[in-house]
Design a protein around this ligand. Structure first.
Ligand SMILES: [Zn+2]
Length: 421
């Protein structure tokens, strides 16, 4: 990490606000209203548009460095596998969300920590660069109130979160560095155990029985700074400890119900209840909704294509060529997929346990999310329509779409303020 990069990371908040208004252009109204999605009435769409909406898990920053890829262009899953961009956010009435700084787990060594730290800082810079490049359409959000303010200004709000705190290594002062860069939500761990906590999916089983001693300090530092604690991916023990020890309520930014699909990444009813009772919320994931086995024929056909190329090195045409090859395999050997009905079953199950104050939306877009009937963010009005049909009030639906998460951001920051010296 060069000093220049760090300066860019920490110093450009002022620059962004300075250039924002000068380059701001009024948001052009859509020339033609997009067709309503199946099951979505005009009234549902009007309700959806009137509600502030956010998704807590957008892995879209993974695409920001792709050559020729822009958040302002309309893309398609079928052409480049992406699920989020501004045109589709507008069509799906998605006002903003948490953009994820995700680092895949590697070695717990000094070298591994350095690599992870620099990777995560670079990803934070890429988010910042995207916002700076389109400052008339996007704005970084730091407080709970920012979402409403930015939305009123006709822009899309961009919160930042950390998925996997491996990049902090053993240097917890980095939490403050990321906080200053704008991170307002963080989870300790991902698919594998790390220096802070046990994962729900490490094949070697647990090593800490919850948080490690350093992990407990991570949790305290997240609270002190006002970073919302995210328990998705953590082991059941870590979830329980987080609920018990965190000074402000926790969130599961992209999780589902084990009662719908028995997978360690999902939460059992007891933990769902505990999160809800402690004032936290579970943002419903569109991954781990059902077993989706790959047939031997499909596996062989995919393997015959060779290793997936690094999209960061390919032109859009080259990515499309790869997408066409995958589409040909899909046609011959269709993948087994979960669908919108199961996604809604997961949401309605959690709603029954926690009530509408304990549910939010985090579908893992661009990170493996998307099911049949809920393919990208353009399909989001279907969720509002379904909640409406299930009898949830407009206020409930608004809480699910953003109110609960904004409340949690506010509570995390209120605690930090109460202990600030
Ligand atoms: Zn994840």
């Amino acid at each position: 990490m060069s000093p220049r990069l760090l300066t860019a990371l920490l110093g450009s908040a002022l620059l962004l606000t300075a250039v924002g208004p000068a380059t701001a252009a009024p948001k052009a109204p859509p020339t033609k209203a997009p067709a309503l999605k199946p099951g979505v009435s005009r009234a549902d769409m009007a309700l959806h548009q009137s509600i502030l909406t956010l998704d807590t898990h957008l892995d879209t920053p993974e695409h920001f460095a792709r050559p020729g890829w822009s958040m302002l262009d309309r893309h398609a899953v079928s052409s480049d596998f992406t699920q989020v961009d501004l045109p589709r956010m507008t069509e799906g009435g998605l006002d903003g969300g948490f953009y994820v700084i995700y680092t895949g787990q590697g070695e717990l060594t000094a070298e591994g920590y350095r690599f992870a730290r620099d990777f995560a800082l670079r990803r934070a810079v890429e988010i910042r660069e995207m916002v700076a490049a389109h400052s008339d359409r996007f704005e970084l959000a730091y407080t709970a109130d920012d979402a409403v303010r930015i939305n009123k200004a006709g822009k899309s709000f961009v919160y930042q979160s950390i998925e996997n705190s491996w990049p902090m290594g053993e240097d917890l002062t980095l939490m403050q560095t990321f906080y200053q860069a704008g991170v307002r939500m963080a989870g300790p761990v991902h698919f594998r155990n790390n220096q802070f906590a046990d994962s729900s999916t490490d094949p070697r089983g647990k090593i800490w029985n919850g948080y490690s001693p350093l992990g407990l300090r991570w949790l305290a530092e997240a609270n002190r700074l006002g970073i919302l604690v995210d328990v998705s991916h953590a082991s059941d023990e870590v979830v329980s400890q987080s609920i018990a020890l965190s000074k402000s309520p926790v969130v599961a930014s992209h999780s589902g119900a084990r009662a719908i699909y028995d997978h360690p990444r999902n939460l059992n009813d007891a933990l769902i209840r505990k999160i809800g009772e402690s004032g936290g919320a579970i943002c419903i994931n569109s991954v781990y909704l059902a077993a989706t086995p790959t047939s031997p024929e499909r596996k062989a056909a995919l393997e015959a294509l060779g290793k997936q190329p690094d999209f960061d090195t390919l032109s859009p045409a080259e990515v499309k060529a790869w997408a066409d090859k995958i589409a040909a395999v899909d046609k011959l050997h269709p993948p087994v997929r979960a669908n919108f009905e199961i996604f809604m079953a997961s949401m309605l199950h959690v709603l029954k346990i926690t009530g509408p104050k304990g549910v939010c939306v985090g579908a893992d877009w661009d990170g493996g999310g998307g099911v049949e009937g809920l393919e990208d963010v353009a399909d989001l009005p279907k969720i509002t329509a379904r909640l409406n049909a299930e009898g949830y009030t407009d206020a409930d639906i608004a809480a699910i779409w953003s109110g609960n998460v904004l409340r949690l951001i506010g509570q995390a920051q209120a605690y930090a303020k109460s202990v600030a010296k």
